[in-house]
Design a protein around this ligand. Structure first.
Ligand code: MN
Length: 297
């Protein structure tokens, strides 16, 4: 995994004097400096972005992040996940998009076994909330090649129609998790446990699924992403899929849709509303969010 941050000119000079022995020539006009050793490659771009690559890139990244006072991204390996599940074949399930006004809800279930240990460590799989969008994209591209998973996208039209029929968000999540998990159980009947990143009590989860064909030995864990890498893998793939869907929606309405539910969302929402009216939101946003009232009042 690559690490990066953005620094000012003064700090660029500090790095240049530290690494000057490793300076290499480059013809790339986007690059200010490039440093290369057997252990790392560090590129400083015109944009003042510093990119750390190579097998010991984390050491260099962490050293400078500390010097410059940046919050250091934790390095995680499989040992982070040593617990009762570590020696088991696990289906993990997680969802994203539920706190975002724009865009779908995405749920993913993934299958991870002890033999994936090295890959989990190599890809530095961890809680998707600790990763930037670019890191998610980098890691997810590998994960979707290497792991078995099932991902479900609930488009905004469908989501809004379920809400108007009286479904609450947690019931919607329960249905999606259950469906993705069932698909994975069909594919991997040798699984030993199922872990869901807990979003409601197990009692409510099963109540929501009343009358459905359901898998009933599921384990619920808050911060499930740090309990087993299967949940972390699922969350990264789900977030990646969400980012792709956001790109598609942004392209469709020709404006970049912000994530989350904060002030930028209201500001962009207002622009969309003034240009297109109310109806368009049914296909791009979760219209029961308070953002919708603020945008359309
Ligand atoms: Mn989660």
């Amino acid at each position: 995994m690559n690490y990066d941050f953005i620094i000012d000119n003064g700090n660029i000079q500090k790095m240049v004097s530290y690494y000057h022995n490793y300076l290499e020539d480059t013809n790339d006009s986007r690059i200010l400096y490039s440093f290369k050793s057997p252990d790392f490659k560090i590129i400083i771009y015109n944009t003042k972005k510093v990119l750390f690559q190579g097998k010991k890139n984390y050491d260099e990244y962490a050293k400078w992040a500390k010097v410059f006072g940046f919050e250091i991204i934790k390095q995680v390996d499989f040992s982070t996940y040593i617990n009762e599940y570590a020696s088991q074949r696990i289906i993990g399930s997680d969802e994203v998009g539920t706190g975002d006004f724009f865009g779908p809800v995405v749920v993913c279930a993934a299958f991870v076994t002890p033999s994936d240990k090295d890959l989990i460590t190599e890809l530095k799989v961890r809680d998707s909330k600790d990763l930037s969008d670019n890191q998610i994209i980098d890691i997810a591209k590998r994960l979707i090649e290497e792991f078995s998973y099932h991902v479900l996208v609930l488009p905004n039209e469908k989501y809004n129609s379920l809400i108007s029929k009286g479904y609450n968000m947690n019931k919607i999540k329960a249905f999606l998790h259950n469906h993705a998990i069932k698909k994975m159980v069909e594919k991997h009947s040798d699984y030993q446990n199922i872990i869901i990143d807990e979003f409601c009590s197990p009692e409510n989860y099963y109540k929501y699924l009343d009358g459905e064909k359901k898998i009933d030995n599921t384990k619920f864990h808050t911060k499930g992403e740090s309990v087993h890498p299967a949940v972390a893998v699922a969350s990264i793939i789900a977030r990646y899929k969400f980012l792709l869907e956001m790109d598609k929606l942004s392209e469709k309405i020709n404006i970049i849709l912000p994530k989350g539910a904060g002030a930028p969302v209201d500001a962009v929402g207002k622009v969309i509303y003034l240009k297109n009216g109310k109806e368009i939101f049914n296909g791009i946003a979760k219209t029961h969010f308070k953002n919708f009232d603020r945008i359309t009042k």
